[in-house]
Design a protein. Structure first.
Length: 423
């Protein structure tokens, strides 16, 4: 009798993990010039969420940048397995997405992580995507920016590397065949943050400039674990069984209520966790005996700058992901991809001016985004056809401003702040 993996060999296989990357001791945060010293408290722990994709028998699955050495591609195609020697080389296509509650991943930081993952898992660089949610309340991980934005702690960077590699190892032990569904909706959270005044361009709310409020959701459903109806790419209905609720009753229709949500970390979070159930959330409890959602991957564009306090936090993206995971239960992983958030920030406005929020506003915005995702999941999703798995990278040349003259550099050096750092 063929194994389950054989039966679903043509599908995408996904392994997931969530690892804690909260610093073990206070250190400087990244993102604001006004904060001084180490963070004062941990408002919300921070995490890295790992989605490890494989397509058995699909070839290397890598499209390298034109002009790169063939050896680099060959090393990532499944042949370079380091000193372990006991891991069977994987001959299909594979890709990795790491989403972390950080301001950024510096290229200096990534060098060691990439090298270790190349050695242990056979990835090439194009197959590894390290994504920071751009939280302005996480630790600095690079020294390539001005010190005003925080200095990287070498001990923490080493800890971060170990945790991510451990998370990839965990994900590599949890592969399951999945189908992929896609949907989108709106989340009215952000507002344009630049406004021309008589004094020049100012940091101020500008509702007259449109912003992108779309939230795009990919849902990865364990093959054979469909619990509602989905639409294929041509619009045909895919027949599927319903999911049993925590009480053992079948839930009919296109949406499935949330059951047995995990206990939230606080009374306020407990209220938030219950709101999805009241609204008829679309994530089936994994305790119901019918495996459904393995992971969510969502994309939204808004700066995580809710709070400017000197406190560690996963900001609204981390809060939203935690809520979605708590709503679903059963180890489901929800990962956030930040869009082009440039001049878009949370619309925390009073008397025509921005104000900084606290953890209460972070929680509220997180719930707002989580509810928007639940709304997408409660609707009709498009079932994506099983296709190839590939990765590509391209460097795009960008025009730079003319370099300052020596006289200008000497003048900048006598100033304070970022100008002096740049000089």
């Amino acid at each position: 009798m063929p194994s389950r993996d054989d039966a679903y060999g043509g599908l995408l296989h996904l392994g997931c993990a969530k690892v804690d990357i909260t610093p073990p001791h206070p250190l400087p945060l990244a993102g604001y010039g006004h904060r001084k010293g180490d963070f004062q408290s941990v408002k919300r722990p921070i995490h890295a969420r790992i989605l490890y994709f494989r397509r058995p028998g699909g070839g290397a699955g890598t499209a390298v940048e034109e002009g790169q050495a063939d050896a680099e591609s060959d090393a990532g195609a499944g042949g370079n397995w380091g000193a372990e020697g006991d891991r069977a080389p994987f001959t299909g296509a594979q890709c990795l997405i790491v989403s972390a509650d950080l301001l950024c991943f510096g290229t200096d930081t990534l060098a060691g992580i990439r090298a270790e993952l190349r050695s242990r898992f056979g990835f090439c660089d194009e197959q590894m995507q390290f994504h920071a949610t751009h939280s302005h309340s996480g630790p600095q991980t690079t020294n390539l920016f001005t010190p005003m934005l925080g200095r990287a702690d070498a001990g923490y960077v080493a800890f971060l590397e170990r945790q991510i590699i451990a998370g990839v190892e965990q994900a590599s032990q949890r592969f399951e065949p999945v189908t992929v569904e896609k949907g989108s909706g709106l989340c009215e959270m952000g507002i344009f943050r630049r406004k021309m005044t008589g004094e020049g361009m100012m940091m101020a709310p500008n509702p007259h400039i449109p912003v992108d409020s779309e939230v795009t959701v990919l849902r990865f459903v364990v093959a054979g674990g469909r619990t509602d109806e989905a639409k294929s790419a041509d619009g045909a209905t895919i027949a599927a069984r319903t999911c049993a609720s925590g009480a053992g009753d079948e839930i009919a229709g296109e949406t499935v209520g949330v059951q047995n949500a995990k206990v939230a970390k606080s009374e306020e979070d407990a209220k938030d966790a219950g709101s999805a159930e009241k609204a008829g959330g679309a994530l089936c409890s994994q305790d119901a005996g019918s495996v459904k959602t393995k992971a969510l991957l969502l994309h939204y564009a808004c700066h995580p700058t809710t709070s400017g306090d000197n406190d560690l936090s996963s900001e609204y993206p981390g809060a939203a992901m935690d809520m979605l995971e708590e709503d679903a239960g059963g180890g489901m992983i929800a990962a956030f991809l930040q869009g082009f958030c440039g001049d878009v920030r949370p619309a925390l406005v009073k008397d025509g001016a921005f104000y900084r929020g606290s953890d209460a506003e972070i929680r509220q915005l997180g719930r707002k985004l989580a509810d928007a995702v639940q709304g997408v999941l409660a609707g009709t999703l498009q079932l994506l056809a099983a296709g190839s798995l590939a990765a590509a990278a391209r460097r795009v040349p960008l025009a730079m401003q003319p370099a300052p003259t020596p006289e200008a550099l000497r003048r900048y050096a006598g100033l304070a702040g970022a100008d002096a750092d740049a000089a």
